[in-house]
Design a binder for this molecule. Structure first.
Ligand code: ABN
Length: 185
């Protein structure tokens, strides 16, 4: 007999002497149960929570999704941006309704009506451009609710309203509430 065979035979006999068939079945059963329970163990996903995906600030022109973003002035989904087309001044050193320092609001604007889900009312909104600096480039947002084609200029948002300013460089756009829209009688 090959010496290796003898080693295996001896160790098999020694194991057989020390264990019964019942204990062998019990340990096989324990191993199978452990393997079946492995997927139920908790998994640490904290690393993913610490490196969240970058929030999408870019406008898509799609309908606003339900949730907190309708209240975030730096989000394109903010309710009063429903017909804005441009860079959000709230991301460019200004606010949702004030121009960043060093820029001037356009005296002529385009007008829209946006529904505020917070109080259920419709508001008339003026979209002024802020002028006098090069394009901000942050938080581009293009939404077109109730926007009208170019022949209704005051209802069209694809116009550089800085054209009437002495410094006609377009920087960003704000959304100023003018009043509550009365329901048509
Ligand atoms: N009113 C925003 C804008 C500015 C320049 C060109 C198109 C639209």
């Amino acid at each position: 007999m090959h010496p290796l065979d003898r080693v295996f035979e001896n160790s098999a006999r020694s194991i057989a002497k020390r264990t019964s068939r019942r204990s062998l079945l019990a340990s096989v059963g324990r191993m199978l149960t452990g393997a079946a329970l492995l997927p139920l163990l908790p998994v640490d996903r904290s690393a993913r929570a610490q490196t969240p995906a970058a929030p999408a600030k870019q406008g898509s022109g799609t309908a606003p999704t339900a949730g907190k973003v309708v209240d975030d002035p730096q989000s394109c989904e903010y309710w009063k941006y429903c017909a804005i087309d441009g860079f959000l001044c709230s991301c460019c050193g200004g606010t949702s309704n004030s121009c960043p320092p060093g820029t001037q609001p356009s005296p002529i604007t385009w007008i829209g009506t946006c529904h505020n889900p917070g109080d259920g009312r419709d508001y008339i909104v003026s979209y002024n451009d802020c002028c006098g600096k090069v394009s901000c480039g942050d938080c581009f947002c293009n939404r077109n609710e109730r926007e009208k084609p170019m022949y209704r200029l005051s209802r069209n948002n694809d116009v550089n309203w800085c054209m009437a300013n002495t410094e006609s460089d377009y920087h960003c756009s704000v959304s100023v509430i003018l009043g509550v829209a009365e329901p048509e009688k």
